[in-house]
Design a protein around this ligand. Structure first.
Ligand code: HSE
Length: 432
């Protein structure tokens, strides 16, 4: 059998590492697949990056059409990221009968329907293991390894950059900007780091996981999102020292009696919870299935070599399907547009909360605050106030029992208007 030909479009750190893996393990890969995998093209607008690959000149191009229009290319590997151009490349390549490997969470989370219905019609495979959790094989696990389960919840640390920043702020007393710079230097952050910081990157990844788990597309816009840019080191310190919680940007979907809550937000977790031990650029996905119970997948969720591991594995698996003539005979992703995903408004989500009020240190302040919380059905489970600092506002920390988020929001709105309250109240959800 002839080799399987691939064309890689986008050759940044991930693409370069994919080419290196395919070269380094070519003998093992040939034995596993049944035939060789031939890199027919690598394409990038910046050809200088490709020098390190030692590929013959005729395989290198900056023209994407050379790859898309080449009938001998069996698998198109899309690694340029971003939205519209990547989507166009994927659709045009599929129109020409090519299977796809992509790491593009933005395109998949937005165009799930279009891409997978086209794949079904054209009998093509679209693999995307690297789109979520880089080197962690979560897509295969969820799609195949856990296929026998009704997935009840997925809670993940899905963004390496924000986890790196929060880890450095928690463990090394680093400031936010310094930690961000270090994450960018290490190659974890997106080209536009705002997508990491405001939770969009994690929401796109959660959208993909939820769409697999619940059998229909859950667009990332339907996921309630909060970022980490405004987090103050004092809340990290108080939460840990006074209450034993660690702050993480958690991406979470839960299916409770057909109602789905989907959020990405800074959340406190007990220091003993396995997710609390996930540090730096590492990601973890904690899945609760009705038969398997709790499972946690853990690994490097960002960085070129980790993502390249997933992309190269997709290429190998897909090439094996091509070799055995099974590629596209049955769909990789099954979804049903008729399944209704009923998204719970964020106000209806029930949780425990951490609240930090900045108040004047005067008689009656605490009773006023607790009175307003009580009137709004928010019950207090713990309270802490540091000794007064003359003339400064004092932080009053309150933990609540479970209540609806709408109740907490209503109470905070009233409390923040009190003359004794000196700045906006800080609120974090606490994971059960
Ligand atoms: N910017 C992403 C992260 C890279 O920090 O997790 C992997 O998607």
């Amino acid at each position: 059998m002839k080799n399987v030909n691939i064309g890689i479009i986008g050759c940044g750190t991930v693409g370069v590492n994919v080419a290196k893996i395919l070269e380094k393990h070519s003998v093992i890969i040939k034995n596993r697949v049944g035939c060789g995998i031939n890199i027919k093209w690598v394409c990038d607008k910046d050809l200088s990056k490709l020098k390190q690959l030692n590929l013959p000149k005729e395989k290198i191009t900056s023209d994407i059409n050379k790859v898309i229009l080449d009938p001998s290319v069996d698998i198109l590997v899309e690694l340029i990221g971003g939205n519209d151009i990547s989507k166009k490349i994927i659709i045009e390549a599929m129109d020409r009968g090519k299977h796809i490997v992509t790491a593009n969470k933005a395109v998949l989370s937005k165009y799930w329907d279009e891409i997978f219905s086209l794949a079904l019609r054209k009998k093509l495979l679209v693999y995307f293991e690297a789109a979520v959790g880089a080197g962690i094989p979560v897509i295969q696990s969820l799609n195949e390894g856990l296929a026998a389960n009704k997935i009840q919840s997925i809670v993940g640390i899905l963004n390496g950059t924000t986890n790196f920043i929060l880890s450095k702020m928690t463990d090394n007393n680093m400031g936010f900007s310094e930690a961000l710079k270090l994450a960018q230097k290490s190659g974890f952050a997106e080209a536009n780091p705002l997508l990491d910081l405001n939770g969009s990157d994690a929401a796109q990844k959660l959208s993909i996981l939820a769409s697999i788990a619940f059998g229909n597309h859950l667009p990332s816009e339907k996921i309630h999102r909060e970022g980490i840019s405004d987090i103050s080191p004092i809340d990290i310190k108080y939460a840990k020292n006074e209450f034993g919680y660690v702050l993480k940007l958690l991406a979470s979907v839960k299916n409770e009696n057909g109602k789905i809550s989907a959020t990405v937000c800074p959340t406190l977790i007990d220091v003993e919870h396995p997710l609390a031990a996930v540090e730096n650029e590492y990601n973890a996905i904690y899945i609760d299935g009705d038969s398997c119970g709790d499972i946690m997948l853990y690994g490097k969720g960002a960085g070129g070599p980790a993502a390249a591991s997933a992309v190269a594995s997709d290429i190998i698996y897909l090439a094996t399907n091509i070799f055995y003539g099974t590629a596209g005979k049955f769909p990789f992703i099954l979804y049903d547009k008729k399944i209704k995903l009923n998204i719970r408004p964020v106000e209806d989500i029930v949780s425990k909360y951490y609240l930090r009020f900045s108040t004047a240190d005067k008689p009656g302040v605490l009773s006023k605050i607790s009175g307003i919380l009580g009137k709004n059905n928010v019950s207090i489970s713990a309270c802490f106030q540091e000794e007064r600092h003359k003339k400064q506002a004092v932080p009053v920390l309150i933990l609540t029992h479970q209540t609806k988020e709408g109740n907490v929001r209503k109470a905070i709105k009233i409390i923040d208007d009190l003359p004794v309250v000196k700045s906006k109240t800080v609120m974090f959800r606490i994971m059960e």
